[in-house]
Design a protein around this ligand. Structure first.
Ligand code: FES
Length: 136
């Protein structure tokens, strides 16, 4: 099946055995983003302590690429300082997965956006002005 769809083994592994799937009941940053083209939705829950992402979980209603990329995104940001988590891009996630078929690249944007959205929510709860950081 994976060869037909053009997914790498790693994508299929993360799709079939997603890491960090679920909710964090006492999350202090929650982000939700959607892809208007396909209607897929991704929700990201973060637990941030002392400026570090100590836990991350996700719930994705979407395609295999959206599920795999959100799972990888949680793995990439756990243990990272907020400023470093904000630097994670969809390219990092794609690279980790060994690539995505071209028509599925856009799905990986949800992962990047959901991290930023959850961190934005974290700052909002603190009443702190949030300015997204973009990588150069
Ligand atoms: Fe919607 Fe992949 S097709 S995120």
């Amino acid at each position: 099946m994976s060869e037909d769809l053009g997914y790498t083994e790693k994508v299929m592994d993360y799709f079939l055995n997603p890491r960090n799937m679920g909710e964090i009941p006492d999350a202090n940053g929650v982000g939700e983003v959607g892809n208007p083209r396909c209607g897929d939705i991704m929700k990201m829950y973060l637990k941030i302590e002392n400026g570090v992402v100590v836990d991350a979980k996700f719930k994705t209603f979407g395609c295999a690429a959206a599920i795999a990329t959100s799972s990888v995104a949680t793995e990439l940001i756990i243990g990272k300082k907020i400023e470093d988590a904000l630097k994670i891009t969809n390219k990092d996630v794609i690279e980790f997965l060994g690539g995505l078929p071209a028509p599925k690249i856009h799905c990986s944007l949800l992962a990047e956006q959901s991290i930023k959205s959850a961190i934005e929510d974290y700052y909002e709860r603190l009443g702190v002005d949030y300015t997204p950081i973009t990588r150069n």
